[in-house]
Design a protein around this ligand. Structure first.
Ligand code: DOR
Ligand code: ZN
Length: 417
């Protein structure tokens, strides 16, 4: 099977025939022998084939919170947003913090997800649930309240540093959070994590809401990574007085937002995630925290590209290549190359439209970006060569997504590729 179009590769944008093997890998990239076998052709003006995006922080809910989202609707939202790999957070009901529930989570995800997925593990109640969790989970997620559980936390941190398992922090100091979640709670947590982590642990701080958080981590820690989310880059608190805009950490002042935006434009923040946190609209008006984000992140980044603020290569680094590195899957995802998966998204780079959340695939049909004029539309998404989304339609009815830990076992990382 061949996908033809202008593809974004390491050597720039080229008109290519992407030959995909049975198992969804890119067998050959060629400029000439496109003749036979073309199945999908994307040659209209403005269309570009990109590696599919990778979102390292989403909440697929499911289990007892399926009314908010489930793996099918959440992964459909991912596909519609040009995202081919999602990494799901463990604050579910029940929580994913025992091997037994982790397995259940994997079973649910593999049955329903139409994109590939990673699973995070929560800090377990029981020390017996530490060994071996990395068979199914791509990393550990640490919430502020977990910091009080020193014994089991220390054990799993030692384990993570020994086994080089990704450790993702929600950085807010629980003793400073109060009702307001002030910025100092985030800064103090960033400082403590940077200063106090075991030697070989390379923690990742997710959804940072200020440039100062980045500066603290880079000043006091070594090899640490951070991500931020579109809502911290584009929204600030003084502008919105409705409880709809509640999110954790909260939207900050205009100055903090502008400083974060500058830190981002200067290239210091290397990963974007959405923290896709679906809730019903009624729950939102009651003040619950979080927004859906999977269907707006790539268009918002492409809007920055269209405004000349970042390059197309930055969009791919921020939301595909660097996330792939963090998850340890950059030998298979995050760029278009022979031997990598044909997990691709086709975008119309210049198409201009208004965000309309009523058309979302997520169960959460609302957005803080509703009505915003954006440039850059997702036309199609392929997962390992299979078209799952095309021209506003989801083409797959049941799960075809694979756990990336299973994929890595089959195709281990080879250091000097
Ligand atoms: O706003 C948020 N929503 N922040 C979090 O940390 C959790 C998330 C959720 O699960 O709804
Ligand atoms: Zn989250």
């Amino acid at each position: 099977m061949i996908i033809e179009g202008k593809a974004f590769t390491r050597s720039g944008i080229q008109h290519l025939c992407i030959k995909v093997s049975e198992d969804g890998l890119i067998e050959k990239l060629s400029k000439v022998d496109c003749r036979d076998d073309i199945k999908y052709s994307f040659l209209d003006k403005g269309l570009v084939i990109l590696p599919a995006m990778i979102d390292i922080h989403v909440h697929m809910r499911d289990f007892k919170l399926s009314y908010k989202e489930d793996f099918y609707t959440g992964s459909a939202a991912a596909a519609a947003g040009g995202v081919g790999v999602i990494a799901d957070m463990p604050n579910t009901v029940p929580r994913v913090n025992s091997i037994k529930i982790l397995r259940m989570r994997d079973e649910t995800a593999s049955r329903k997800s139409i994109v590939d997925y990673g699973l995070y593990y929560g800090v377990p109640d029981n020390e017996d649930d530490v060994n071996g969790y990395e068979e199914y989970a791509v990393g550990l997620k640490i919430y502020p309240e977990d910091l009080h559980r020193r014994e089991v936390l220390d054990k799993i941190l030692q384990y993570n540093s020994l086994k080089e398992i990704l450790t993702v922090y929600h950085p807010e100091d629980p003793s400073l959070i109060g009702d307001a979640h002030p910025l100092k709670a985030e800064l103090k947590a960033a400082y403590d994590i940077a200063r106090g982590s075991p030697e070989d642990l390379k923690p990742h701080l997710t959804h940072i809401s200020s440039g100062s958080t980045y500066r603290i981590v880079s000043r006091y820690g070594r090899g640490y990574t951070v991500d931020t989310c579109p809502h911290y880059l584009f929204l600030y608190r003084d502008c919105y007085n409705s409880r709809y805009y509640n999110v954790t950490p909260p939207l900050r002042s205009r100055w903090v937002m502008l400083d974060l935006f500058k830190t981002f434009l200067d290239g210091y923040i290397k990963i974007i995630s959405t923290d896709h946190a679906p809730h019903t609209y009624e729950e939102k008006l009651d003040g619950i925290n979080g927004f859906p984000g999977l269907e707006t992140a790539l268009p918002l980044l492409l809007t920055l590209f269209n405004k000349g603020l970042i390059r197309l290569s930055d969009v791919i680094s921020l939301y595909s290549r660097n996330p792939a590195r963090l998850l340890g899957i950059d030998h298979l995802y995050g760029s278009i190359d022979e031997g990598m998966y044909a997990s691709l998204t086709i975008v119309d780079l210049f198409s201009e439209y208004k965000v309309d959340s009523s058309g979302f695939y997520s169960k959460a049909k609302h957005s803080p970006f509703d009505g915003w004029r954006v440039f850059g539309r997702v036309i199609a998404t392929f997962i390992r060569g299979k078209p799952v989304y095309m021209d506003n339609e989801i083409l797959i009815k049941k799960g075809i997504g694979l756990n990336i830990k299973r994929i890595i076992r089959e195709f281990p990382y080879i250091q000097d590729k």
